[in-house]
Design a protein around this ligand. Structure first.
Ligand code: AMP
Ligand code: GLY
Length: 428
């Protein structure tokens, strides 16, 4: 069978790598892919981006299954286009993708359906937003409403930071971020600051059945010790020990199942990956920080390294509505991935740096590519997050040691990476 993966990041490299492992899969196309997917004999990059042209390609090549990686095409309605053509695709419709693409929608959805999340208010008016922050005090969280690749969130520890963030996101003369919602309006969501430990909780949903993937934890800040600006994610590992069996049950019953049921009640059938970004407090009570309607990046990289089941089979069930027949099998070991990011990431990533020292196949480690393109003598950087060096071992500490051992052999000018991926689990 042939499969298409839409996207070109580390997440898509990991999904394509895992799908190509299935004995039933002869070829995985990746659109547009990256320097890593280009170098893999079982993967083939294609340059088509238009949804209708992609659907034509899928029909002509008799591609059995399409998996959509990033939020952009989902929010743009690629699943709707494919379904209208009778093509098998795994992902949420444009309407369902609102859970991620509009924070204002997600927050009011959670409020309406009693799903635990931070208290919030939504503003389009700059003065009203400033007044609200003065009244609430700091710490407080300011979020741009719209897709901002993880960069539209400011956790303001002081009032001055909060006011600056509002101007940055909302004031017409300051709007450097430039994020607007689908309706063309710049809007911010101002949220109560939540304390606790974060985890990523991702499930597969076929419209009625839900199967949870292994848990994971991302590292959103650029610098060690969770300092510096928010990024798309600087590293992740799986499983996340903060999600105990008790917490897992609470998340399923208080967040995941009510979300799927709430969407159905609102007339929207949810299919695809549903990702709840959680804040888990000292009592083990989870609250939803955000929803994504896709896999996490870089969470996918360690999760795929631990998945033993045939992902192609699983996603065929997920697109048949028969996920109730699926029981996922996981490697008991820990997988841990460290992101190597470009010079200047996240605000102004530089492109064109030559990458050297990429290892040939090594045991229990995979270097997933993200912002890379093939160059004359090997891949060069082409985006913010460049590589995710991912390793499997018997403990977080050993997986961390192995990942950094492989990473130390890889070089490009200006590479930035954290030295402490996995620190929370190691401290436990
Ligand atoms: P988001 O894009 O909504 O996931 O936010 C990015 C990051 O900001 C999260 O992973 C958290 O680390 C932090 N964050 C977002 N909302 C809150 C909140 N209400 N309280 C504390 N931290 C938050
Ligand atoms: N790593 C966070 C995300 O994918 O949204």
């Amino acid at each position: 069978m042939k499969v298409l993966v839409i996207g070109g990041g580390g997440r898509e490299h990991a999904l394509a790598w895992k799908l190509s492992d299935s004995p039933k899969v002869q070829m995985v196309y990746v659109a547009p892919g990256n320097g890593g997917t280009a170098a893999d004999a079982k993967l083939q990059n294609i340059t088509i981006t238009d949804f209708h042209a992609l659907a034509d390609f899928v029909a002509a090549e008799r591609i059995a299954l399409t998996v959509v990686g990033p939020e952009g095409p989902l929010a743009g309605g690629v699943v709707d286009v494919f379904r209208a053509r009778g093509l098998r695709v795994f992902g949420p419709t444009q309407a369902a993708a609102l859970l991620e693409s509009s924070k204002a929608f997600a927050k009011s959805f959670m409020q309406r359906h009693g799903i635990p999340t931070a208290a919030f208010a939504t503003f389009t008016d700059v003065a009203a937003a400033h007044a609200h922050v003065d009244q609430q005090g700091a710490p407080i969280v300011i979020k741009a409403d719209g897709l901002a690749a993880g960069k539209g969130v400011v956790v303001a520890m002081t009032l001055a930071e909060a006011h600056e963030a509002i101007d940055w996101m909302l004031a017409p003369d300051h709007n450097r971020l430039g994020v607007v919602h689908n309706d063309g309006v710049a809007r911010v969501v101002i949220e109560q600051f939540l304390e606790g430990e974060e985890a990523s909780f991702i499930v597969l949903c076929d419209g009625k059945n839900v199967v949870s993937l292994a848990t994971s934890q991302d590292h959103k800040r650029l610098l060690d010790n969770d300092q510096g600006p928010n990024t798309g994610g600087m590293g992740a590992y799986s499983p996340a020990p903060v999600v105990t069996p008790n917490v897992h049950a609470k998340v399923m019953h208080q967040i995941i199942l009510p979300t799927i049921a709430g969407m159905a009640k609102d007339g929207i059938t949810f299919t695809g990956f549903l990702y709840a970004g959680l804040m888990i407090d000292a009592n083990g009570d989870p609250r939803t920080v955000e929803f994504n309607c896709r896999m996490g990046d870089p969470e996918t990289q360690p999760i795929m390294m631990r998945l033993k089941s045939d992902l192609f089979d699983v996603l065929m069930h997920a697109t048949d509505g028969s996920l109730d027949k699926v029981e996922l099998e996981w490697d008991r070991r820990v997988a841990l991935g460290v992101v190597m990011a470009a010079h200047g990431y996240p605000l102004d990533p530089r492109k064109g740096d030559v990458i050297t020292g990429l290892p040939a196949a090594v045991p229990d480690a995979v270097v997933f590519h993200a912002g890379t393109v093939p160059g004359a003598s090997g891949p060069v950087t082409s985006g913010g997050r460049v590589l995710c060096v991912t390793a499997l071992a018997d403990s977080v500490k050993l997986a961390q040691a192995r990942a950094y051992e492989v990473l130390r052999g890889i070089h490009f000018d200006g590479a930035q990476y954290r030295r402490d991926i996995g620190h929370r689990a190691i401290k436990r």
